[in-house]
Unconditional design. Structure first.
Lengths: 226, 226
């Protein structure tokens, strides 16, 4: 019943890579929205330090190493750099629960000497790359790929943009959409099957390019006519 | 001096494929904005029929076959389906003026039995495919790839969205941006080199997907935070 994600539900959300800028911001906002959050990190102590400074949230926030966080959750948010995905998923294989939902946030870009490069992913997108490395019983959706990490981490102000969701099943997409809709000012836009992540990830490239060319930090998108 | 594109300038804009929904709408709006427009088509008579029903514009609108239109213009808008690009550019080779600016609108999608498919383009994007088929003295920019054709053709109401521009030189980009800015409600967003068309064309895929899933016609994008 992950599609009923709401404050007070029994869902437990592990944010893997929850001490990075993006993961930290999302985890804090989820907790602020009343969800039960477990902040995961390579090192549980780092997760503890991250959470220590947070304002009081409706639900207590738990911390764990990534495997421990995943083992306690029915929803896992994958908020690590794309380059860390392979070793992390390999390590986490035994810890996925049947029917768990993974939300992939990764975008296959690297920054070399300040220059952004899109990594060529054999599967077509980071999302499809992740899908190929998850147990078949685990469902996968994409979300939060285009909302700026910088903005996620800056308090709880409205995010004022749309967030594109795709996934490998209607249920995965509707659960991810419900999660997006919990954050003030974020509207989920369901764009269909997992392969649409190819388009979504290019949107992130465009946002980064706009940030750099126009010297802004928070370029993001709104769909007009919807 | 193409970057000075404005009503009353000496620029002459050929819209190649100017009888299709997108080309027609753009040509009419350019003329309405006071530019000197030549509507090109495979068949000049079709171009004449298209223009016959138009409301009076500041400048008289000329018609010609595509080669004739190109021969009279310093700016050419490529508004044909992607599948027609190769034969058209081959036919037009001798007609390009040195230093002319081409604005590429094409997106490499096909519709087979109602299903949208992205054509795999060896060069990485339709824009780069076009670049490889233009004389080296001709400059190339992309624009108008994401504004819905349906909306372009529906009168002169404000388009209310952003339009992504990229190109092979600063001058090509600034000329294309000036052209975008002439249409009410359209803001140019310069995203850099021509290869960024890979991202822009994926944005069009996303807009089509949104139109279909949400049963709307005019999904388009606005950049927030800019």
């Amino acid at each position: 019943m992950a599609s009923m994600i709401q404050p007070g539900s029994n869902d437990r959300i592990a944010v893997l890579g929850g001490t990075g800028q993006q993961g930290r911001g999302l985890a804090h906002r989820f907790a602020h929205a009343g969800l039960r959050v477990i902040v995961g990190s390579r090192d549980a102590d780092r997760a503890r330090e991250t959470v220590a400074g947070w304002s009081r949230t409706g639900q207590p926030v738990e911390v764990a190493d990534n495997a421990g966080a995943l083992g306690r959750a029915n929803i896992a948010v994958l908020a690590v750099p794309f380059m860390s995905v392979d070793p992390l998923l390999q390590q986490l294989q035994p810890h996925f629960k049947d029917g768990a939902l993974v939300i992939d946030l990764t975008v296959p870009v690297t920054f070399t000497a300040g220059k952004m490069e899109l990594v060529d992913v054999a599967e077509g997108s980071a999302a499809e790359h992740v899908r190929a490395r998850l147990p078949p019983t685990v469902r996968l959706a994409c979300a939060f790929k285009t909302v700026p990490a910088h903005l996620l981490g800056a308090g709880f102000g409205p995010l004022d943009c749309d967030e594109f969701v795709c996934g490998d099943s209607d249920e995965a997409r509707s659960s991810a959409s419900a999660l997006v809709a919990l954050l003030p000012g974020l509207r989920p836009v369901d764009v269909g099957p997992l392969s649409r992540a190819r388009s979504i990830e290019q949107l992130t490239v465009l946002a980064i390019a706009i940030n750099r060319r126009y010297k802004v930090h928070d370029a993001r998108f709104r769909v007009i006519g919807l």
